[in-house]
Design a protein around this ligand. Structure first.
Ligand code: ATP
Ligand code: MG
Length: 380
């Protein structure tokens, strides 16, 4: 099987690594340069979308911000999965909120803003505090504002107005601020015949809007709530492949924050912690193969490596640590790789995370120590 991935970043790279044992070959299409590249070496394999489509048995995507003309050409080839509609929805918060409503899953109250009148109405309908998010192009917390009180409304409006004016299709979604206890996400997979299998929930720690740490958790009540919501969204989309749902946990009640129609950073722990990782399961699904197991095999946490291109050798000496580099050039804050930390119990995992926090610089890995301490006090 030959799978073409739209996007040539780390997610295509990890799909390539996971597909190799099954003889699934991956090539990656860089949507900006229109080059077809090898996802591991970045070696040039060809040029142009038509060539890329011609060579592929199946086409999928590693991100949602893909120009619609490219998606439409892929759709017309009849080879694209999960569905170009799902990718378009994932890249537009307006459509995403409408999907959540249509699927009947709880989510934060919202109002779409195109004009100053809409902004006034949003404050009335949604209430304060609120979070404002650009409908197109947002990621890692970018393109967001917090509005805490009416007195700040006039000073924030010019920024919202500029954002809306960026492009004809741009708008801003105003959302009620949710005072959540924690953020969790569910990564799951749906096959062509409609079979659904989900991984254990992951708890996510963000620092400055970017995912810093993600760890598999076991909470059966929350898990079944999340699975029900996942099923509703995946079935509404008639989805095929890996899908991620991000949630706010408010006293044990989940609200969907957003969806990602692809493999997800909060599912990287599955490489060491689950029977079959999210990358292999995505490929299995889009290639029409039976799904692999999604059960937890050992407690595992993932720590993102942001803006660093080397680690102290002490990390490699820790047998619990598995390093995954993405082969990217160093830039401040850029996702350069991740470390999966596995253990035979949650207590041992907390100890391993603590050891790692002593090897690594706290400024670059801010969530590590506090999560290790929190885990050592929990009874899971
Ligand atoms: P990412 O790409 O990391 O998923 P994003 O740019 O798509 O981020 P969101 O996930 O919507 O944006 O928001 C980023 C973070 O901002 C959330 O993880 C959460 O911590 C906070 N946040 C977003 N919406 C709300 C809300 N309605 N109430 C409270 N906090 C929020
Ligand atoms: Mg998010």
């Amino acid at each position: 099987m030959h799978v073409l991935v739209l996007g040539a970043g780390q997610l295509a790279r990890m799909m390539s690594l996971a597909g190799a044992p099954l003889n699934i070959q991956i090539s990656a299409f860089d949507v900006t340069s229109e080059n077809i590249v090898h996802p591991l070496t970045q070696a040039l394999l060809g040029h142009g979308l038509d060539n890329a489509i011609e060579q592929a048995d199946v086409i999928t995507a590693e991100f949602e911000h893909i120009p619609h003309d490219i998606l439409d050409i892929c759709e017309a080839s009849g080879k694209f999965l999960p569905s170009t509609e799902a990718i378009k929805i994932g890249g537009d918060r307006r459509l995403e909120k409408a999907l959540l409503d249509k699927s009947g899953v709880a989510n934060a109250k919202y109002h779409v803003i195109n004009t100053k009148d809409d902004f006034t109405k949003a404050i009335e309908l949604v209430g304060l505090p609120m979070v404002l998010k650009s409908t197109l192009g947002g990621y890692d917390g970018k393109g967001q504002w917090r509005l805490k009180s009416q007195s700040e409304a006039d000073s924030i409006w010019p920024e919202i107005e500029d954002c809306i004016a960026e492009s004809p299709n741009q708008a801003v979604v105003a959302e009620a601020f949710i005072p959540f206890d924690r953020e969790v996400s569910l990564v799951g997979v749906r096959s062509i015949d409609g079979t659904i299998s989900v991984y254990p929930l992951a708890e996510n720690i963000h620092t400055n809007g970017v995912l810093s740490l993600s760890a598999a958790i076991t909470d059966s009540a929350l898990q079944s709530q999340a699975k029900q919501m996942f099923t509703k969204v995946a079935e509404t989309l008639n989805y095929v492949g890996v899908l991620a749902l991000e949630f706010f946990d408010v006293s044990g009640q989940l609200l969907v924050n957003e969806i990602a129609p692809r493999v997800h950073n909060s599912g990287h722990w599955t490489q060491q912690g689950a029977e079959v990782c999210q990358f292999e399961n995505h490929l299995r699904a889009v290639c029409g193969l039976p799904l692999g197991g999604t059960n937890l095999i050992r407690p595992t946490a993932m720590v993102n490596i942001l803006g660093e291109d080397r680690l102290p050798t002490g990390v490699l000496k820790e047998q619990a640590c598995h390093i995954h580099w993405y082969g990217k050039d160093k830039r401040p804050g850029r996702k350069m790789g991740h470390i999966n930390v596995s253990a035979s119990s949650y207590f041992e995992l907390s100890e391993q995370l603590l050891i790692l926090s002593e090897i690594l610089d706290e400024a670059s890995f801010p969530a590590l120590k506090s999560y290790a301490i929190k885990l050592s006090h929990s009874d899971s």
